[in-house]
Each structure stands twice: as C-alpha cells, then as structure tokens.
Design a binder for this molecule. Structure first.
Ligand code: GLY
Length: 584
C-alpha cells in the first residue's frame, strides 16, 4: 500500500497537471494573441475604456510590428465583430486584391508555373488591405481614437523588437528571399564580418524607425496616409522597380468589403464564420454539420471510428473547396447550396464508415499536380517553417462584444519586399490564387477555375475567424476562435470547437490538444506529432488512411465566455509565443 505522503504527492501532481491545462477566469474582458506585446496592447485598450474592437485593432497594429513574418500593414485579413448590445454580427473583408495589371497566366512560362514567382519578390504583391480594414473597424465599432489605439504599435516600432526563437525560425526559412531585397535585408537582417546579411542573433533588438513614422502618419492622417502620398508612391516604386505590377492607382482604388456572416450550427450552438472569398468558413460549417449527423454525442474523445468520419468529412469539404470556391464578386460561388442541410446530408451520406475514400475518386487531380506525395519512409514531416504564417486575434470584452480577426502577409515575411523608406513589408497574397487551376500552391492546396487570377479579385483564403454562440442565448458569444496555418486553418478551428462543445474541454486544453488534418490533396492524413496514440493510428491505417506525422502546426487563439457564470477564459496556443490575458 502506498504511504499517505506518496498518495498526497500523486494527487498534487495530478492537480498541478490540471491547473497547468486550465485557463484562468476573468470577470472583465479577455484576449488571446500570438504575441505578449499585442495581448498587452489589447488589454491596455480595455483598461482605457475601449471595447473589443479597440483591443483587437491595437493588437493587430502591434502584431504588424512584432511579428512581421506573420502579418502587417502590407497585408490583409478578415474580421467578425459582434455587438453585445444589439446582438448583431458584422463581417469585414479587408483582404488584398489582385492589381489591375495582374493576369491569369502571369506566373506561367512555357505552360508551366514558375516556382517562387508568386511567393517571392515584387510580382507576388497584391494590393494591401490591412490599414483600410483596421481603421474602418475602429471607425464603425471602436470607442477610442486612432492616436490611442496605434500608440502601442508606434512605441514598439521605435523601441524595437526582440529577435525571438520564432523570428529566427521564420527568418531562416526565408533568408534567401529576404537577402534579395536590399531594404528587407537592412530592416530584418544584420551584416556579418564579411559584410553579408545574415540572421540576427537571438535577443538582438531590431528598431523600426521607418515603420514608426509610417504608423504615426496613419494615426494622424488616417488611411489616406497609406493609400496616397509618399507611402503609396514608395510602395508602387519599390514594387515596379523590382518587376512587379502594383501601381499608385491600385492603392488609391483599394476598398474593403462588408460581407454577410456565414451561418451554421453545431449541436444547438449557432455558429457565425467567414463567407467566401474565405473557403475556411464553408469548411467549418460543412464539417461540423456532417459530424453532427455522423457522430452521436458521447463518442469518446479520439475514438478512431469518430476520427475516421471526421477525416472523411474534411476530405469532402476540401473537394468542394477545390471545385467551387473563389471570390463571389467574380464568379457564381454556390455558397448557400454548399452549406445547406441537403448538401451536408449528401456529404455525410457519401462517407464509408469502414474505409478511406481515395481522394482521386472524388475529384481526379490534374496530372502531375498532386502536391507532396508519401514516401515509404516512416518520416515525421517538418513543415517548412516559412509556411507558418498569418496570425489570429480573439477578444471578448466585459459587455459581450467580441472580435475574431485573422490577418496575414501570407508566407513568412510575405514577399520579402519592404517599400523603401517606409518600413512596410509587402504581402505575397497572389500565391493564394490558382496560378494555374489545378496546380497546388505553397500549401499544396489545389484550387480551381473560380480562383483563377483576375484584376481586382480577392484570392481564395483559408482564414476562418469564427464565433460560436451560447445554446441558451443565440445572440451571446460563447467562443471566439481562429488560427494561422494556411490550409490547416479550418481544421484547427473545427477541432477547437469540437473539443469545447463535444468534450466539454476547458478552452486552454481545447487549444492544446493534438490535431488531425486532411485537405483532399495530397491524399495524406496529417497527424500532429504527439496527437494520436499508436493504436489509434493503426486503426486509421487499417481503414486505408496514409498517415503522415507532422511536427505541429497552427496557433489557435481563443476566448471562451461561460454562459452559466459570465466569466471569460482565454487561451493562446502553447505551440507558439503568444499569451492570453484578461481583466480581473
Ligand atoms: N494566406 C493564407 C490564407 O489566406 O489562407
């Protein structure tokens, strides 16, 4: 028999483990972002009497400074904003658009897509939407003036940012690309004794006086300080000098787009998410809808049979994505049909519970366009570090206002081009178009004709900022959630929601849990390195899934508001460097 001391120790260890997994409760507002400085700025806005929008926008501007490899004012994104008083939810699409001189085959030579042309350098740059978006959100939903909301970002740029392990990983992955642009090299790298640019050491402080000046101009002069005048000219000149096609007219013509939230439900919870041009929201609604039909509630967490059904639902959602999704302002995207109960029932009904369906049997791939393929080696795939881009901000304030915002420069450090003298790092969002319909992009994602390049068009996105509402009051936000991770964004969001709703997990544990992903092509089942037990993997393999263990992905940021107690809990993904904060 164990001694009392041993048993007490065992109990203490178990309790500690539980505490380590649990998010702490807040009576006031709560925030989660991928950077401590961005979360602190968001909290500062709440303390100053600002609301969820003030907090989210302050965090987004700080993220642009401290995480230039994920997002920035040279990028774009999507936001869902919920008004706790009226119960209304608005959606703003401030994603980049293709420049006027962009054309369908601009990345194709001799019938083939030229590798790197849509990801690295000036030709990859789409018209940025972040500044217009952040300021419009503030104007329509915020309480504080831009001078207050931008102050933390300006201070961070002046003071300088630490080179963190994440900065190093992202920078290493994009070193050659950054070296090609003299201004990006000057801003983000340091010279070695031989006068060559290399990664700065860990802990090095990078000051950004140009960016501080540009942000200061925006705080005083609004969006026109970015979309016209010297900043716009510098952006257009830099891009065109390097062979890109973005002009000052493209910048002057940029407009954000208000959209209707995409609605669905899961086990009695109303869900609002991002409509097209996001393909992510459609997948979230389709997969959760199919799971509700396929998986009886009460199925054990990680039950292999339930996992198989989830994977098959995801596979089919990504087939729909490849076939139908793109910018609805340019082609007839059948969104209503794709999320209709009838289509979701068909999708669920087509799943064989016993065995995996070959992706090619659902939609034959374009020959030679299968994305990465499995080798026989039992390898753990390390996703290229530069793939881990984009960032998400979740806020719920004390009055029940909520924001879920996902924002990006696309690949790590975007296009690696910095507009001379402005500190503005420009996106490479053009890669989210189908450079050639059917040919995979940087995420191995295959998209089709509706996502072909056209001037003024928004490239298809995976970004899926999502709000889940309380069962008791469908106008009260219970969960704000989103993540980066390119093609894996929708499945990260789906799994966090399922972990909370199906397994009743604390939001921190829901975010921590290992993840499973499929995207139709490549026909592989990605499993977070520590995500599943060998016995579970064996069952999935026996059903015909080609399992690939992947060295973690995503960075879910979530805030949960407990409908019963009114307390809020926030969680930042432990896979990265963020923090979750709140007001006592
Ligand atoms: N640039 C990543 C996405 O929008 O999905």
């Amino acid at each position: 028999m164990r001694s009392l001391a041993t048993r007490s120790l065992a109990v203490a260890v178990v309790l500690l483990a539980c505490v380590a997994h649990a998010a702490r409760p807040y009576r006031g507002g709560a925030v989660a972002t991928a950077y401590p400085q961005a979360s602190a700025a968001a909290l500062e806005m709440l303390e100053k009497g600002g609301n969820a929008t003030d907090a989210a926008v302050a965090a987004a501007f700080v993220a642009a400074v401290v995480g230039p490899y994920h997002s920035g004012i040279g990028g774009g994104g999507f936001a869902l904003v919920h008004d706790g008083k009226t119960g209304e939810t608005k959606v703003l699409d401030f994603r980049e658009v293709a420049p006027k001189a962009a054309s369908r085959d601009m990345y194709v030579k001799d019938g083939k897509v030229v590798p790197g042309l849509s990801t690295d350098g000036p030709l990859a740059v789409a018209v940025p939407g972040a500044v217009a978006g952040y300021l419009q959100l503030l104007k329509e939903h915020g309480k504080l003036p831009p001078s207050v909301v931008l102050a933390p970002a300006i201070a961070a740029a002046k003071k300088g940012i630490w080179v963190t392990p994440r900065y190093l990983t992202m920078g290493q992955g994009r070193l050659e690309c950054l070296r090609k642009d003299p201004e990006a090299s000057r801003v983000f790298l340091v010279k070695n004794a031989q006068g060559e640019y290399e990664m700065p050491p860990l802990g090095h402080v990078i000051k950004m006086p140009d960016l501080a000046r540009t942000l200061g101009g925006i705080a005083k002069g609004g969006a026109k300080a970015f979309y016209s005048g010297p900043v716009a000219k510098a952006i257009a000149d830099t891009v065109q000098t390097g062979g890109g096609v973005l002009t000052v007219d493209d910048l002057a013509a940029y407009k954000t787009r208000p959209r209707q939230p995409l609605e669905g439900s899961y086990r009695g919870h109303r869900i609002l998410t991002m409509p097209p041009p996001s393909a992510g929201g459609v997948a979230v609604i389709q997969v959760l809808g199919a799971l509700e039909k396929l998986r009886p509630q009460g199925m054990a967490f990680r039950d292999p049979e339930a996992l198989h059904l989830y994977v098959e639902a995801v596979r089919r959602a990504y087939v729909d994505r490849a076939k139908y999704l793109g910018d609805p302002d340019f082609s007839d995207v059948p969104t209503a049909r794709l999320v209709s109960p009838g289509h979701i029932a068909d999708l669920a009904g087509s799943i064989d519970a016993k065995k995996a369906t070959a992706s090619a049997s659902l939609l034959p791939p374009v020959p030679g366009a299968q994305g990465s393929t499995l080798t026989d080696k039992p390898a753990v795939l390390t996703p290229e570090p530069e793939r881990k881009n984009t960032t998400h901000i979740s806020v719920i304030d004390k009055d029940g206002n909520a924001v879920a915002m996902t924002t990006t420069v696309n690949y790590g450090f975007g296009s690696c081009v910095v507009a001379k003298g402005t500190g503005v790092l420009l996106n490479d969002e053009m890669d989210d178009f189908a450079a050639q319909p059917g040919v995979p992009n940087a995420y191995g994602l295959v998209t089709g004709e509706p996502n072909a390049i056209q001037p003024g068009k928004v490239p298809q996105s995976s970004m899926s900022p999502t709000l889940v509402f309380s069962k008791e009051d469908p106008k009260k936000v219970m969960l704000a959630v989103g993540s980066p991770g390119g093609s894996t964004i929708p499945t990260t969001v789906i799994q966090v929601i399922s972990n909370v709703v199906d397994s009743g997990m604390d939001v921190a544990r829901a975010v921590n849990e290992g993840r499973v992903h499929h995207q139709y092509l490549p026909d592989e089942l990605w499993v977070d390195k520590w995500g599943l037990e060998p016995a579970t993997l064996s069952v999935l393999e026996a059903k015909g899934h080609k399992v690939r263990r992947v060295d973690q992905w995503g960075d879910a940021e979530a805030v949960f508001s407990d409908p019963k107690t009114g307390l809020r809990y926030s969680a930042s993904d432990p896979r990265n460097e963020g923090v979750a904060l709140g007001q006592d």
